[in-house]
Ligand binder design. Structure first.
Ligand code: NAP
Length: 254
């Protein structure tokens, strides 16, 4: 089930990490709202991008643009997004969704894993926001949604780097919300619990069962449920909400 937010029609919204999982469902939901969907994809995934572009147009997107860049590549972010805004005007909705998990017990945690988790999950969203910030100041209203995680709030064994990156994203969300509120830029974070995607697919079945036992709603969430919350936060229906951190976890962290 999904709600319709009429102000999302034609709204140019960037979503990172839309090739799979939660991001793909958010892109689909935005397409059904009639938004102008701008998504990024990594080099070597042109086929996936073309297929997604077609799917989103079929679902009702007013326009679709696919931009090739890695969220860890500062130069590519600045040039691709800079060129896009020059040609099309400001992007007024952003979903910083691309993310990786680098699960490892602390005894085996490598510097490269720490850097990768922080670069993709935290530095990437900041770089993207910096690249779009001048355009934000020219727009009537802007909404940014950062996809954090419940483990950024409650911590989790073997997820030191991941949970630190997701907690950092919450700090970034609150600071940006304070800094740009007077310019009608809102910024919120969402904290999904366990959602059925490739990221949770790799979990040991025994570990999955243990997690499941701790979820009052007794099931993992699905990406469409996360997409619904994201559409609400992108829309003016949430116009008085900023700097907020919203859990979507079936009650896991009550
Ligand atoms: P997923 O299925 O593994 O998909 C991750 C997406 O991020 C893919 O589109 C991937 O692109 C993209 N990506 C990864 N690294 C990238 C990079 N360096 N540059 C550009 N794109 C990159 O993950 P998911 O489960 O949908 O998770 C989406 C977000 O929700 C993540 O931020 C994750 O931390 C968060 N989250 C997920 C859960 C969960 O239970 N699933 C829970 C809490 C939070 P490729 O296809 O090119 O790899």
């Amino acid at each position: 089930m999904s709600a319709t937010f009429t102000d999302l029609k034609n709204k140019p919204i960037l979503i990172t990490g839309a090739t799979r999982g939660i991001g793909r469902d958010i892109a689909r939901s935005l397409a059904t709202q009639g938004s102008h969907v701008i998504f990024n994809y990594r080099g070597g995934k042109q086929d996936v991008a073309e297929e997604l572009k077609k799917e989103l147009l079929d679902l009702g997107a007013s326009k679709v643009d696919a931009l090739e860049f890695d969220v860890t590549d500062a130069e590519a972010i600045a040039s691709k997004l800079g060129d896009f805004v020059k040609e099309n005007g400001p992007i007024t909705g952003v979903v910083n969704n691309a993310g990786i998990s680098k699960d490892q017990i602390i005894l085996r945690l490598k510097e490269a894993d720490i850097s990768q988790a922080l670069d993709v999950n935290l530095k990437g969203p900041i770089l993207i926001t910096v690249a779009l910030s001048r355009g934000f100041l020219k727009a009537e209203s802007v909404s940014i949604v950062n996809v954090s995680s419940i483990v950024g709030l409650m911590g989790n064994p073997s997820q030191i780097a991941y949970s630190a990156s997701k907690a950092g994203l919450i700090g970034f969300t609150k600071s940006l919300a304070k800094e740009l509120a007077s310019r009608k830029v809102r910024c919120n974070a969402i904290c999904p619990g366990f959602i059925d995607t490739d990221m949770t697919e790799t979990l040991d079945p025994k570990v999955k069962d243990t997690y499941l036992a701790g979820i009052p709603l007794q099931r993992f969430g699905n990406p469409t449920e996360v997409a619904n919350l994201t559409c609400f936060l992108l829309s003016d229906a949430s116009s008085y909400i900023t700097g907020e951190v919203i859990k979507i976890d079936g009650g896991l962290y009550i």
